[in-house]
Design a protein around this ligand. Structure first.
Ligand code: BES
Ligand code: ZN
Length: 649
């Protein structure tokens, strides 16, 4: 077992309790002597629970990390009781955070806090001293709270401020229905500390309960057990009984409705979106079943998706029990729902087995892309899965090209000391991570790889793992027993892509490439040849225009396929990118690009387009649009685009 595995005291599996209940039931008592039962129980306690043998008394081991001030080796939070008052008038949350803590000879407990107004701190109900350390642009401040040997609970009274980076407060015009305001949070990677003072490291695991007060015409939902209807007075109570890392605490407040897809899956959305969202995501239960068949039971009971307003900075965010999603995933034909498979997969890779530090981020995302692709294969077949994988393969190629001057950024294991963890959120973690796992799968065979992964998730459930811990585990449980030689170190610690990479092939994509060449060389578009094409084929078609493509070619395509007015967000985005690359200004394309950039805040889309302007020497055009769109973006998108365009307010 890897030495740097962090264990917590939670077993989702209730078999043990069922067994003890049975052993003490009258029926059983009559059949066997009590003493023997006790002996049996002792044996089970000693050997049966080996996997989770921690006690609350001892503090687990934590690995060094540079993105949190917390010192959990000395004093650590265990459970959070939150009391929040959400005020849309002042755009602030007033909070009381009560923590159950565990400490060993500690005189203080250190939390992370950024842009928070800390009003008062008590320890077991009595005012206690606290101190906020120097402010760091990335990390915020250390919040040092005095405790004694006997301290069991600390309570922090605080308020969020206008600078908060996690929260985005939206006016009604920024929502789908345009009638009510909206609020959502984004915690990953290190933003939870801007709305809750907390030990904001992925190595921390806590359970939480929350009481949240919102205006009575709005519904509040969290990464927890959720209400399905509005309450009369705007008060909601939440319970998250499985321990999660702080970056997964999430809240959304809006005029939301719920529609179930199955008993354990469903969607939250605004009224004008709910039917569309429900239709788009109606394979959710099938996805959960496929995922369980692959890598073991879904341990979070409920899997819902909330469709957020279009400024949401990500495609999706795997908040436990309630994935947050961009509305741009709703294409009307389920063609972009691999994103839901992706966030679902995080219920294992990420939420159950969590990267110990942000340098190990590829463990969250690479595994998730692999798992996502397997879910898509199970539901829709190999063709679709391989097309998705090949789109990622091309993203990876582009990313490596973009890091030409910084090859160390193309390693899976990163060193993000003094950097924002966001810098590691790119195609390397996702698509190189995927390619590594796919190559491994091909080396050992799918059956062995699947049973390895299944055991990996089960053994490490509700704990944290480092890259080194994973490599140890891989060697001991997969490579050595099967006598497989594999260049793991090259994949993980070297830049670029090793030579033994799996080669992904798609006949459909080959056909797309041939068709594209044919259309260009004949200066003629045969629409019939494309009639069965899927979104993935269109994306591939557009992304593979040769550098020499002419305005006349582009116009011919646009007339035939109306790319400029595409309603599929992915197709629109890659077409706009080509329009920028090739100075294509026909019809309403310029207006559509501007409207898209103003309405949509999804960072991947927005940054792809602004990067295209920059690459093509059109920073002024980009800045003219950015002046109009910036206010609509969440802070994570703002930070990325400010840096990209060197924007000064
Ligand atoms: N967990 C990520 C989003 C994230 C990563 C937020 C790092 C903050 C820091 C999420 O699961 C994700 O990967 N989203 C992707 C979609 C996916 C289909 C690749 C996205 O938002 O584009
Ligand atoms: Zn992800």
């Amino acid at each position: 077992m890897p030495s740097n595995r962090i264990e917590v005291n939670y077993t989702p599996n209730e078999d043990f309790h069922l067994l003890t209940n049975y052993l003490f039931s009258t029926h059983f008592i009559f059949t066997i002597m009590r003493q023997q039962i006790l002996l049996f129980v002792v044996i089970i306690l000693t050997f049966g629970c080996k996997d989770h043998e921690t006690s609350d008394m001892s503090l687990p081991k934590y690995v060094e990390e540079t993105h949190s001030y917390a010192q959990p080796n000395i004093a650590v939070i265990k459970h959070l009781e939150l009391n929040l008052d959400v005020d849309f008038e002042t755009e602030t949350i007033e909070g009381i955070a009560n923590y159950e803590i565990s400490a060993e000879n500690a005189s203080e407990i250190v939390l992370d806090s950024k842009y928070l107004d800390i009003v008062k701190v008590t320890s077991d109900g009595v005012d206690t001293e606290f101190e906020l350390g120097p402010f760091d642009q990335q990390l915020g401040q250390a919040l040092r709270i005095k405790i004694s040997e006997a301290t069991k609970h600390i309570t922090i009274h605080y308020k969020t401020t206008a600078q908060t980076e996690a929260l985005q407060w939206l006016d009604p015009q920024q929502t789908a229905d345009k009638t009510h305001p909206f609020l959502f949070t984004q915690g990953q990677a290190i933003l939870t500390r801007t709305w809750i003072p907390i030990q904001d490291s992925p190595q921390i695991r806590i359970t939480y309960n929350a009481t949240v007060k919102v205006p009575s015409n709005l519904l509040a939902v969290m990464s927890a057990e959720n209400p399905k209807n509005k309450s009369a007075d705007g008060s909601y109570y939440f319970k998250m009984k499985q321990p999660i890392s702080p970056y997964l605490i999430a809240l959304a407040v809006g005029n939301l409705e719920y529609q179930a897809v199955s008993e354990r899956t469903g969607v939250y959305a605004e009224k004008s979106m709910i039917e569309k969202a429900h239709a788009e995501f109606n394979d959710m239960e099938k996805m959960v079943i496929a995922a369980e068949n692959l890598y073991g039971t879904y341990d979070w009971e409920q899997f819902d998706v909330i469709v957020l307003p279009p400024s949401f900075p990500f495609g999706g965010m795997e908040n436990p029990r309630l994935t947050f999603a961009t509305p741009t995933v709703i294409a009307g034909d389920k063609s972009l729902t691999s994103l839901i498979a992706h966030e679902l997969a995080h219920s294992w890779s990420g939420n159950l087995v969590t990267n110990a530090t942000w340098n190990d981020f590829w463990l969250n995302e690479g595994f998730t892309v692999y798992f996502e692709t397997r879910i898509m294969e199970a539901l829709y077949g190999k063709d679709r899965a391989n097309m998705i994988a090949l789109i990622g393969r091309q993203d990876l190629e582009d990313e490596i090209e973009g890091f030409k001057g910084e090859p160390e950024m193309t390693k899976l294991k990163l060193d993000l000391t003094n950097k924002n963890p966001d810098d590691g959120m790119n195609s390397i973690a996702y698509d190189k991570g995927y390619l590594f796992l796919r190559t491994l799968e091909e080396a050992v065979g799918r059956d062995k790889f699947d049973s390895f992964l299944k055991t990996y998730f089960k053994t490490n459930a509700f704990s944290t793992i480092t890259t080194e811990g994973f490599i140890d585990y891989l060697n001991v449980h997969l490579l050595e027993p099967n006598a497989v030689e594999f260049n793991v170190d090259a994949w993980v610690y070297q830049p670029g892509i090793p030579k033994n990479q799996a080669i992904i092939v798609s006949d459909r994509f080959k056909n797309v490439e041939n068709t594209l060449q044919d259309f260009i060389s004949k200066k003629f578009v045969e629409v019939a040849k494309t009639k069965d094409w899927t979104t993935q084929e269109w994306v591939h078609f557009i992304r593979n225009f040769p550098d020499s493509i002419t305005i006349a070619d582009l116009k011919r395509f646009d007339v035939a396929f109306d790319f400029t007015n595409a309603t599929n967000s992915h197709i629109a985005m890659v077409w706009y990118e080509q329009a920028i690359n090739h100075d294509y200004h026909e019809g309403n394309v310029d207006q559509n690009i501007e409207d898209f950039l103003i309405r949509v805040g999804r960072r991947w889309y927005v940054s792809t387009l602004f990067k295209a302007y920059k690459r093509n020497g059109k920073v002024d055009e980009a800045l003219a649009i950015y002046e109009k769109s910036r206010d609509n973006y969440h802070s994570v998108t703002v930070n990325t685009i400010d840096a990209l365009l060197d924007y000064k307010k």
